[in-house]
Design a protein around this ligand. Structure first.
Ligand code: NAP
Length: 292
């Protein structure tokens, strides 16, 4: 149980509703900021303004998956009011107050570091990233179906990167009957790709591997699908870039060549906000209990 735990949930999207649900079920006291347009009420959770939170009593500040913007603005889909998390606000919390977000940026990292507050980036954890890869793959399948006029079955699908997302994407598309090739830079990754029954290639050979690709799915967060690579792709190739913004594709060149290239951020929150919220809520609960 989380009896006695006080947390502020500041901003977010539908995923935060699962977090609120779970934490209130476990008897935490929640202050909800940026939820004034939310019709639903939760026992144990008060909708308040930032200035109404007893900041010095908080055990945790829970931010949206995105963390904050570059000047501290916090995204919320449940309010039109602007919310900013500033150093002045964070300074009023107790030294033991932990900040939780999915990812971070320089602003948020500097803010928490300079005030010596613990900051947990949930999406850096392997468990969260692996669970989250499930709705990411489902969203990718949805996008491929929407933007092609052929089946996934029998099509040539290339996946770039064999990380937590890449592995799930590669395996699922192979299970749907696609001819999957996966590009990676480490020899142990090539070994794993081969063991999975897929075609493995080194990323340094990417340019020579793309001449028959129907769908290219990138998970590598650096410029990897360059103009030189795109120039060698068939004109009908669909590029889905899953890597975090700004993605790893030269979108301008793709457009110039008439190749459809789509940056597809935040798929779990789009295709399965409830599941994506539960993934966050479960890990957050474990962490709050362990921190007690
Ligand atoms: P990950 O486990 O860290 O995997 C990243 C992959 O990129 C690894 O295969 C890594 O290879 C490769 N890589 C990184 N830097 C590279 C470089 N300089 N050259 C070649 N390869 C490089 O990350 P993940 O959890 O799979 O997530 C992948 C991306 O998807 C991230 O940007 C993440 O934010 C994003 N994401 C997007 C969605 C969405 O909805 N679109 C959902 C979840 C995650 P090495 O092991 O060789 O470094």
């Amino acid at each position: 149980m989380l009896t006695g735990i006080k947390a502020a949930i500041i901003g977010g999207d539908a995923r935060q509703l699962e977090v609120i649900r779970k934490l209130t079920e476990l008897n935490a006291t929640l202050y909800l900021v940026g939820f004034d347009q939310l019709d639903h009420g939760f026992t144990g959770a008060k909708k308040v303004g930032l200035e109404e939170i007893p900041l010095n009593e908080l055990n945790a500040i829970i931010l949206p998956v995105s963390g904050s913007g570059s000047t501290g603005e916090i995204e919320t889909i449940f309010s039109n009011k602007k919310i900013y998390l500033t150093e002045e606000i964070l300074k009023q919390t107790n030294q033991t107050c932990t900040v939780y977000s999915g990812i971070t940026n320089d602003y948020l990292t500097n803010c928490t570091k300079s005030l010596n507050r613990k900051h947990v980036k949930l999406f850096e954890r392997d468990d969260v990233a692996i669970y989250n890869s499930i709705p990411t793959v489902e969203g990718t399948i949805m996008m491929v179906i929407q933007h092609t006029d052929t089946t996934i079955h029998q099509s040539n699908v290339m996946v770039l990167g064999l990380g937590r997302v890449g592995m799930s994407v590669a395996r699922t598309f192979a299970n749907l009957g696609a001819n999957v090739s996966v590009g990676a830079r480490k020899s142990e990754h090539l070994a794993r790709i081969t063991e999975m029954g897929l075609k493995a290639f080194y990323l340094k050979d990417l340019e020579s591997e793309v001449n028959k690709v129907d769908v290219c799915i990138n998970t590598i967060p650096i410029q990897i699908v360059t103009a030189n690579v795109i120039a060698k792709m068939p004109a009908h190739t669909l590029i889905i870039d899953l890597a975090s913004k700004p993605g790893g594709t030269d979108f301008r060149f793709a457009e110039k060549r008439g190749i459809k290239a789509l940056l597809a951020p935040g798929l779990p929150g789009i295709v399965a906000p409830k599941t994506a919220g539960k993934i966050i809520a479960n890990v957050l609960t474990q962490l709050l209990i362990a921190d007690q």
